[in-house]
Design a protein around this ligand. Structure first.
Ligand SMILES: *Cc1c(COP(=O)(O)O)cnc(C)c1O
Length: 416
């Protein structure tokens, strides 16, 4: 039996044949819009498969046609991304938002009901609440901590239970690290599925990235990423990905072809490079986050720390979900500084090593103020409910030496 290698061992070679590219050890950037067919018959065969006119024969590869449909950089990237989540298939996009919006548009139709968790990423929240209603798609929100029976009742009370088409969640929630039980949401999807209509569960897994949580293993049908974050990991590219079964990704790619929002060859190439160090980067980020959280936990100017590693037996369900779903405590920490906006801003302005910027998952540590930055759009009442207050600061921990990160946080806390 050939050895089943770990994904990190395969990120330098999987799916790439050097002999097809003059022996180049690295996959080149296939900066080309179209591909030359060997014969008219070959061109015809490629189109038959690409447009679904006939089934792919056993062993027949989908030929390269045109870079909106397929391109070697994208195909190799998609194949490598499937390894982390052990997914059948993957589709990559020019942004996380294009992956998310394409999935929502493909699997929802007028009259349908979409059930979502709260809070969602601002862009997703805007698309779902402001754009989808234009297409007569109904949206229902459940809260962190609401149990399975409660959510089932919520759907029934909406009067649209027979229209439920998809459950869309983000866990851990940004910026509070609140967890949602993926398995329980799958059970709700099953509860409302019928012989002719399957209710799908989609999970935005950006916050823990493809190493630290595998939603497909807990019953999700689709997993989504802003590849801009941990996957890209260098704050130099915007991209997205969606993974799931062959059947579902075929539908996603079908719509992608016609929306034309696939990733470019250059984006594909950048992400191939990023994937080679994904494991070492994320290992270091998780380790650094543990050290930073431990420091914050004891600092007198810090009121509360929101970190998965702080969950314990007394947190009940949240602790159980963490143990079941999360493979590490992640690299994202939020904390409340004693005081309010004034103290929070003083802290942010005093940072020297850590950069004041939104986004997350990159090599450099970042800090931001959710209430007035990433979550400024969330209405005031909901912000209070979610504990997104003026004193909250969100940190994305990078790969720097953790003693330097802690030194920087400490000096900024002192001057705040
Ligand atoms: C950044 C982000 C997105 C959007 O991704 P882009 O690559 O910026 O389009 C979606 N979901 C989450 C959780 C994110 O952090």
């Amino acid at each position: 039996m050939p050895r089943k290698m770990k994904p990190e061992s395969l990120m330098m070679s999987y799916g790439y044949k050097p002999e097809l590219s003059e022996g180049a050890i690295k996959c080149p950037i296939f900066q080309t819009s179209t591909f030359v067919f060997k014969s008219a018959e070959a061109g015809k065969a490629f189109f038959e498969v690409a447009y679904g006119l006939r089934k792919q024969n056993v062993g027949e590869e989908l030929g390269l046609i045109y870079s909106r449909i397929n391109n070697p950089d994208l195909e190799i990237l998609e194949n490598r991304l499937t390894l982390w989540d052990e997914a059948e298939a993957c589709a990559v996009f020019e942004s996380g938002m294009s992956a998310i919006t394409t999935v929502l548009l493909e699997f929802l139709k007028p009259g349908d009901l979409l059930l979502i968790s709260s809070p969602l990423y601002g862009g997703s929240d805007h698309f779902i609440k402001k754009i989808l209603p234009k297409f007569n798609i109904n949206v229902l929100t459940f809260k962190v901590g609401q149990g399975k029976d409660e959510v089932i009742q919520l759907v029934k009370d909406s009067g649209l239970a027979d229209k439920l088409a998809m459950i869309y969640i983000e866990t851990p929630a940004n910026p509070t690290n609140d967890l949602i039980d993926i398995q329980a949401k799958k059970e709700i999807a099953k509860h409302f599925s019928t012989k002719d209509k399957e209710v799908y569960l989609a999970v935005d897994n950006t916050y823990l990235g493809p190493l630290w949580q595998h939603p497909l293993k807990h019953g999700a049908d689709l997993v989504l990423y802003s590849a801009t974050k941990y996957i890209g990991g260098h704050s130099d590219v915007i991209a997205g990905a969606c993974l799931g079964s062959n059947e579902m990704i075929k539908r996603v790619k079908g719509l992608r072809t016609f929306l034309g929002n696939m990733a470019s060859p250059n984006t594909g190439w950048l992400l191939l490079r990023s994937l080679e160090t994904l494991k070492v980067r994320m290992d270091m980020q998780a380790l650094n986050a543990e050290k930073v959280a431990a420091f914050l936990n004891t600092h007198p100017k810090v009121e509360k720390v929101y970190f998965l590693g702080n969950l314990s037996e007394k947190d009940g369900e949240q602790f159980k979900i963490r143990n079941r779903q999360c493979l590490t405590n992640g690299g994202m920490i939020s904390f409340d500084i004693k005081g309010g906006e004034h103290e929070a801003f003083n802290f942010l302005n005093a940072l020297k090593l850590i950069k004041l910027a939104v986004s997350l998952g990159s090599t450099e540590s970042l800090a931001e103020h959710p209430a007035t930055m990433t979550h400024s759009d969330v209405d005031e009442k909901l912000k209070k409910e979610l504990s997104i207050t003026e004193k909250m600061i969100r940190l994305s921990i990078g790969v720097e030496n953790y003693e330097d990160i802690i030194f920087d946080i400490n000096q900024a806390l002192e001057s705040a």
